[in-house]
Design a protein around this ligand. Structure first.
Ligand code: MRU
Length: 358
């Protein structure tokens, strides 16, 4: 299946070329395909904060390249570049709080820095590390797609209806996606009747990004408002909800795009299976439970305005952009290391001690 999956890779959102980071501006999609270039850590942090690049793995990969840009600038100047670099790490770490992939990638870069040998070029070493983070995310996507398809097939081998939320595809990762990667692979294997796509208020990652990616691959897709989920599960014979994650804690609780938790509650009520697909870089074994995850709250204007024009009453808005789904509502967490069914703390520790299987 690997070769077919590689052949199906089409969209890219992150490009490292000639020592510069290029990002496809996801705020403009699908109306315009605009690439923006970045050459400093501060500007990369701004791109993450302002949603030019979004999706947990893509944020981590971009931050790693941000460190490469930073070390190049710092080592070109006078003084203690290691100390100066700390400021860049901080600026990047402060860009968004919930997706742990950001902090995971920064830690990987920091650890590589600590392993520098005497006389080794720090810029070249960190560039190689960032490229390896990017490449290994692509590989993880391929492994997860295969595990996810096996899981779907194990429960039912006929074409089925799926529901997904937010965007977890090529735009959100270094490869062709986590949850969307599984759905792409399931389509190639003839297991998809239709994918229902939650609009995903307020940034519309579903209607703008996921629908665009699925149509590009010829996957039958239908858009629905987020609040149609219960009705969909009752009336359209949905077999699986398949979503990504921004942070998974040691007990298997999952933070993901706001609205994911209610989907899991609804899925349990309707007997619909619930699958979370995420690389191990999204798993934070330091946090015991989802109660400890910092949940990003963004500006109320994201709810009150469209294209900078106010349409809502003069009311205060509450805009948390992630929520936490408790482990006991999840049928399976699919990672590149393998699948955890009915997750709990013991199963999550066992998973994290495994080597990659694919
Ligand atoms: O606010 P966003 O668009 O960065 O949120 C993205 C999500 O919630 C995704 O589901 C998650 O990051 C997984 S992406 C493979």
């Amino acid at each position: 299946m690997r070769e077919r999956l590689l052949a199906a890779e089409s969209v890219k959102s992150i490009e490292w070329a000639d020592g510069r980071l290029n990002l496809l501006d996801q705020r403009k999609l699908p109306i315009k395909e605009v690439w923006l270039g970045y050459d400093s850590a501060a500007s990369v942090a701004g791109a993450i904060r302002d949603m030019v690049v979004r999706g947990a793995p893509a944020i981590g990969i971009s931050a790693a390249y941000g460190v490469v840009l930073a070390i190049r600038a710092r080592t070109a100047g006078d003084g203690d570049w290691r100390q100066a670099l700390e400021e860049d790490f901080k600026v990047l770490a402060d860009s968004r709080p919930t997706a742990v992939n950001l902090f995971w990638a920064l830690n990987q870069m920091r650890e590589r820095l600590a392993r520098l040998k005497p006389g080794e070029d720090p810029c070249a070493a960190l560039e190689a590390q960032a490229i390896s983070i990017h490449e290994s995310d692509r590989e993880a996507n391929l492994a997860m797609a295969q595990f996810g398809v096996e899981l779907i097939r194990r429960h039912q081998g006929n074409p089925q209806n799926f529901l997904t939320h937010c965007n977890t595809g090529a735009l959100a990762t270094g490869g062709f996606g986590t949850a969307l990667g599984v759905l792409r692979a399931a389509h190639l294997e003839g297991l998809v009747e239709r994918v229902y796509v939650d609009e995903t208020r307020p940034w519309l990652q579903g209607s703008r990004l996921t629908a665009w990616e699925l149509l590009g691959d010829g996957v039958p897709a239908t858009l629905n408002v987020d609040s149609a989920a219960a009705h969909l599960m009752k009336s359209k014979g949905i077999s699986w909800v398949v979503v990504g994650a921004d942070r998974i804690t040691g007990n298997g609780d999952v933070a993901n795009k706001i609205g994911t938790y209610q989907l899991a509650v609804l899925a349990m009520h309707h007997g619909v299976r619930f699958m979370v697909v995420a690389p191990s870089s999204t798993i934070d074994m330091v946090l015991e439970s989802g109660d400890d995850i910092p949940i990003e709250e963004r500006a109320g204007s994201e709810l009150l305005e469209v294209d900078g024009r106010r349409f809502a009453a003069n009311v205060e808005a509450f805009n948390p952009v992630f929520d936490v789904t408790p482990a006991d509502l999840i049928d399976a967490i699919v990672t590149e290391k393998g699948v955890v069914e009915r997750p709990n703390a013991a199963k999550m520790s066992a998973l994290m001690s495994r080597k990659r299987l694919h």
